[in-house]
Design a protein around this ligand. Structure first.
Ligand SMILES: Nc1ncnc2c1ncn2[C@@H]1O[C@H](COP(=O)(O)OP(=O)(O)O)[C@@H](O)[C@H]1O
Ligand SMILES: [Mg+2]
Length: 342
């Protein structure tokens, strides 16, 4: 039995993020962790934020952007970042139209079309959806596992809730056509504020919208709710009792380097790191000259990992003879994970 460390009782957390370089086995690991959690009697939601949507491939069934039951105790959801961004901007456009004079509507549409193509739009919408699914998921499930897109994107996503709050506010501010809304925004985004600092309106006994007309009030409420969502999500993500981030890497040069880098970035933002699964380790009984040489190289990388990851707890997952697709092979991976003391 491996020693007690931050990987022990991994599945007793409420939220797990599975991250790592493309192709190392994130989706497989996330899905197998979900299967294992369900075998232990938990209700588990596995969420993919990767536009490549491989979660359905891993489970070998259609999932899509509605929560879909997969097997007893396991549900899946594939968030489509582009569709999410489109929906998000449609909602914002609607809000803006309510505020702007009718002759401004065409211009508004044009601005929103531009926003749709801006690189930040997809990330902002995805982040908002991740935050929402995470907080709502905690009410309905024991465990929510995020199978994240390759490390770079995930990092930006997890480390920027406050910047994203500013982005959505900024989008509205940029388009604002009314003095009142300008006033509202000024109050909602105090200079230099961060989402994890309470907004001036967090006192439940005070009506922050006093004196505003109904339409301005509705928009102010939406903005404030969004800030609160980011604020609450950030608090959850950085709470080590609730949340854990696990890396998946293979014993190869680039995945080790990338994990090393990602680790530092996530530490800086107080994201609780639990450990790493070193995946596709050659099984001890694999033989032949070719495999012997592979194993020699692998042994060197396996030696390097503890230092590269500054002693972050690790668990090795063997390479299986075939690709992992469908519940049966995921159960086989889950059985391996089960023996790792997580
Ligand atoms: N331990 C393993 N043994 C054998 N094949 C694996 C293992 N882990 C993952 N794979 C296979 O490797 C490929 C990539 O895995 P995947 O989970 O999709 O990676 P990622 O989500 O990180 O891009 C898939 O074909 C998967 O079936
Ligand atoms: Mg994947």
């Amino acid at each position: 039995m491996p020693e007690q460390d931050a990987m022990t009782n991994l599945l007793d957390r409420r939220i797990l993020f599975v991250g790592g370089k493309g192709g190392v086995g994130k989706t497989t690991t996330a899905a197998a962790l979900g299967v294992l959690a369900a075998e232990r009697g938990k209700r588990c939601l596995v969420v993919s934020t990767d536009p490549a949507h491989s979660l359905g491939d891993a489970f070998d069934r259609e999932i899509g952007d509605r929560i879909t039951g997969i097997t007893a105790g396991v549900w899946g959801l594939e968030i489509d970042p582009d569709a999410q961004a489109a929906r998000h901007l449609d909602a914002v456009t609607e809000q803006m139209k309510q505020l702007a004079a009718p002759e401004m509507h065409a211009e508004l549409e044009r601005q929103m079309q531009m926003a749709r193509m801006s690189p930040g739009a997809v990330e902002a919408a995805l982040l908002e959806e991740v935050c929402r699914v995470m907080l709502e998921g905690m009410e309905d499930y024991d465990l929510v596992i995020f199978d994240t897109a390759p490390t770079g994107h995930t990092l930006r996503l997890l480390t920027l809730p406050e910047a994203m709050a500013a982005w959505t506010d900024g989008l509205l501010a940029h388009n604002r056509k009314s003095k009142e809304l300008g006033e509202v925004l000024k109050h909602l985004t105090p200079r230099g504020s961060r989402a994890d600092v309470p907004t001036p309106f967090d006192d439940p006994d005070e009506d922050p919208f006093e004196g505003m007309d109904r339409r301005t009030r509705r928009i102010a409420e939406t903005l404030l709710n969004r800030r609160r969502l980011f604020h609450r999500a950030r608090r959850r993500i950085t709470d080590a009792e609730t949340t854990g981030f696990v890396f998946v890497l293979t014993p190869e040069r680039l995945p080790i380097l990338e994990t090393h880098r990602a680790m530092h970035a996530l530490r800086q933002f107080d994201i609780p790191l639990c450990g790493a699964f070193v995946n596709r380790v050659l099984p001890a009984d694999a033989d032949g000259e070719f495999l012997r040489r592979r194993r020699e190289q692998e042994a060197r990388y396996l030696d390097e990992i503890p230092q590269a990851l500054h002693g972050l707890p690790t668990r090795q997952v063997p390479m299986l003879p075939e690709d992992i697709q469908g519940l049966d092979s995921l159960r086989a991976v889950a059985a391996h994970l089960d023996r790792l003391g997580i």
